[in-house]
Design a protein around this ligand. Sequence first.
Ligand code: C5P
Length: 237
Amino acid sequence: MKSFIVALDLTSGAEALAMVDRLGEQANYHKVGSQLFTREGPGLVSELKDRGRKVFLDLKYHDIPNTAARAVEAAAELGVDMLTLHAAGGTAMMAAARDAVGDDGPLLVGVTLLTSFNAADVEDVWDKEIRSIREEVGRLAGLAADAGLDGVVASALEVEALKRKHGSEFIVVTPGIRLEGEPVADQARTATPAEAIRAGADYLVVGRSVYAAADPTAAFKRLLADVGPDGEVEAAP
Ligand code: C5P
């Protein structure tokens, strides 16, 4: 079953928990990223778990294999349901993470290219010409698959190709979700919820569209409605 993950990119734990309570049961999966985790630490993850919420810990680990593996182990002990590593950290790092938590721990997903990146950004970072974002995302996803990760984070624009290559079981988490006409802000590769679902995305990460809205509950309902009653999306799997 597909599901929305509401990012809690807020400035304090109190604000984040107020948002969680305000959205209620309709949003049951939340992303804790570097902004909130750096401020509040693991306690916030425990608070979310105590409230019966699923947690996507998006700290995008990228380090030497041993350090990344120990960090992933620590995250698993917190009881998170899914977490991210940068696929650019390499196969050895991702495989060490997989070994550290086995198959019963959290889902491990590799960040391919940030959805804020366009082709020029990639060329700037790697100092090489690329044929397409899709090809680069595909290459990094291949590393993640080889290392035994459960899936990747990529934009909705790349989902179809990834599913074709790695099969429907290979999880794709898609940020950069916007309704038609919404400001894209710093995101470069965006899609509507309906487009992401049609492409085959498994998890849709929504941030500012919800928490920065005047009425976050109504905004979340609009995102759910975009998928439609037959869109197979449920807030909480
Ligand atoms: O506010 P917005 O909907 O753009 O937020 C997208 C969320 O997804 C943010 O929390 C961001 O950190 C996260 N993300 C992303 N691109 C990735 C991985 C995670 O935008 N490749």
